[in-house]
Design a protein. Sequence first.
Length: 459
Amino acid sequence: MVKSWAEPYKIKMVEPIKMTTKEHRERAIAEAGHNTFLLRAEDVYIDLLTDSGTSAMSDYQWAGLMLGDEAYAGSRSFYNLVAAVREVYGYEELVPTHQGRGAEHILSQILIKPGDYVPGNMYFTTTRFHQEHAGGHFVDVIVDEAFDPYDLYPFKGNIDLEKLGALIAEVGADKIPYISVETNVNMAGGQPMSLANLEAVYDLCGEHGILVMLDATRALENAWFIKQREHGYEDWSVADILRKICSLSDGATVSSKKDNLVNIGGFLALRDPKLAEKARALLVAFEGLHTYGGMSGRDMEALARGIEEMAATDDHVRARTGQVEYLGNRLLKAGIPIVQPIGGHGIFLDAAAIMSHLPQDLFPAQALAAEIYVESGVRAMERGIVSAGRDPVSGDHHYPKLELVRLAIPRRVYTQAHMDVVAESIAAVYDNREQMAGLRFTYEPESLRFFQARFEPAT
Ligand code: PM9
């Protein structure tokens, strides 16, 4: 029997969404400075801005909210969270934070000295920000295949061991406190790394005394792709693959707003109790006491249950990635250029190809995301030159090789019919692509500019 990706749940509660007119949306995007982050959510029909903090929780998680222990210190919910992280990820030491960037901040501050180098498999915006903020230099050591949207290499999240080896030889291992290894690389299109690659990275770093720190935010989705694509793991459960991934690292930062199925939360997980002690010393100053970090007791209870639930069987992650694949295949059938293989958390439109009449400094992906919203009320996100920001030393734009628009799919929120609407809307915009103008800044924030920048049409 062919097993469909159909959802392993049924719907118990619904949230109405508003349909709007094109005129309304034209006004809304102009008021938002052509930045989809600045739209009001109530003006959005299908919200694919992010898969972060947008999951639908289960009845088991909602019940957990009522049981959250709000003790300032030593909350029962904290110990439930520690137990869930130990069981599912296999890390002993848990440092809870308000979300992923809180964990990145603490990790960067305890390990990076000014002038250090931090290699990683493609940058992530907040991760690189914290590394640079601590005085480090980020160095991209992802495989070259990751920069070609149409290369079908199954593990485009892999680290290029030659690039990593060359960096170690050039700057010396004592200038590299850790390598930051992202699972299911977001900016590459939700692309996985293989266990064989991670094993080789762990060995190489071990030889040089360099720590391996995962960004395990979407490690569950990475584990699913390993099961599908890596020889020898076909019969493993996703839960076992996930533990194996984590066993090849010294710790991890996690934004729990993704895989973990909660609306807020995150953590830093470590093996070394001494390092965890250092992290907790900073935690109490920046996030909160070491038994809640930035979360309430009920947040921690829902998170502990989300962690258990995501990996209890393979059914959840099969349906989650299945829905993304369904949308991707519809777009491919319509001839729309997207990053391939289809990734884990969303579809990435190749804005450089779609808007080939625009140079990168007229922000083609930003303009395309705005146009998609005007066409249909579908909200997407720019993942190109605006997200890449400026070089802190030269002040020039970073010119990333990928200029993408991301349609991130929230977990357990939208139906197949919604995906059909999205595909039809994108096809309509695509047909009209040559009419689209670029944008220029009217306001550019100094850091993480994509969140709050404002633009106007460049014509
Ligand atoms: N990711 C996303 O939409 C939300 C913020 S957009 C900059 O993809 C990784 C791989 C992420 C991530 C957030 C964070 C930060 C760290 N690593 O948002 O602070 O995708 O919980 O996590 C977003 P927080």
